[in-house]
Design a protein around this ligand. Structure first.
Ligand code: IDP
Ligand code: MG
Length: 140
């Protein structure tokens, strides 16, 4: 992926609240190009696998229940320096600590229900993209 793509999900509470369109607009206005996009709903098993790295954390079960509680959007985004620039646009995990102008500052409800996911490395962006998308669903 050469460092120019990242993976995101618009999480269940943000979709349920009708914020998906506004969040996608913020992403596009920030200079990201959408290379793949789908509306889907994770099973508890899929959510558990996606967040397996957090298995030992105390909030793991809560996170799995939450992420499988309703529809999400999954997307692959392209931009120079995509992973770092998108984390900047997303803001801190806890919206109380997120900067003005970030997606989480504007839309997150809590540290758990925090509106969006953003990959934390090029390697994980690729793994997470492949988790959600088949090759033919992704633009070149
Ligand atoms: P990140 O999404 O900012 O990278 P991570 O530490 O990777 O944050 O945590 C993954 C997700 O787990 C968070 O986005 C959030 O939904 C949930 N989470 C993280 N910390 C807590 C917590 O203390 N309580 C409840 N949920 C949490
Ligand atoms: Mg993370």
């Amino acid at each position: 992926m050469a460092g120019n793509r990242t993976f995101t999900m618009i999480k269940p509470e943000a979709v349920a609240a009708g914020h998906a369109g506004k969040i996608i607009d913020m992403i596009i206005q920030a200079g990201f190009e959408i290379k793949a996009l789908k509306l889907t709903k994770l099973t508890a098993e899929q959510a558990g696998k996606f967040y397996e790295v957090h298995k030992e954390r105390p909030f793991y079960q809560e996170l799995v229940d939450y992420m499988s509680s309703g529809p999400i959007y999954a997307a692959i985004l392209e931009k120079d320096n995509a992973v770092a620039d998108f984390r900047k646009l997303v803001g801190a995990t806890d919206p109380a600590e997120a900067e003005e102008g970030t997606i989480r500052k504007r839309f997150a409800k809590s540290k758990g229900e925090n509106a969006v996911h953003g990959s934390d490395s090029d390697e994980n962006a690729e793994i997470e993209s492949n988790f959600h998308f088949a090759q033919e669903e992704v633009l070149a």
